[in-house]
Write a protein that binds this ligand. Sequence first.
Ligand code: GAR
Length: 207
Amino acid sequence: MKNIIVLVSGGGTNLQALIDSEKRGGIKGGKITCVISSKEGAYALERAKNAGIPAVVIPRKEYGDSKSYSEAILAELNRQQADLIVLAGFMTILDECVTKAYEYKIINVHPALIPSFCGEGFYGLKVHEKALEYGVKVSGATIHFVNEKADAGAIILQGTVAVENDDTPETLQRRIMENVEWKLLPKAVSLFCEGRITIRDGKAFVD
Ligand code: GAR
């Protein structure tokens, strides 16, 4: 059984999708063994508690730079004997001390079709604001491995939704979460735990 550690910063609806999927037997070969939050009081912590999953808070605001914060995260991941790390609405970019130690073992969910609307500064609702500002007719979410560059790691799965004329960032976000994120994130996690993702030439393939 692989130890899955989920990193969160906010509401934790993606964490909930993972918890629900695990309960239904949808995550084959893995178990969520710990949740790490970058914020005290994040609602995701309630979700972990309700599911009986141990949680640790490592507050981002208590660390000056990304390097010292990432070192604290790395120490906890090692302590937890992490086999897979899932960034589920985790709003901090991790330093390469973490991404190198866990190469192809960190999965992120990004709420747009990478390589559009991604990289530093593109997170949460801002992504959907930018997509609507541009006037795209299709958007979606991407599940990808995390490397040293923001949102640039190998893509595992992507899914799309149509953008409606009267969409607000909030309605678009909700449609993408419901139709793509909450389905594809648990799916990618299961594929990883089943050993069905292989890397060739820096790209991820599902076998
Ligand atoms: C989700 O839409 C996720 O894709 C996004 O933040 C939201 C978190 O919601 N993540 C990013 O923007 C990371 N760059 P949640 O806390 O309810 O899962």
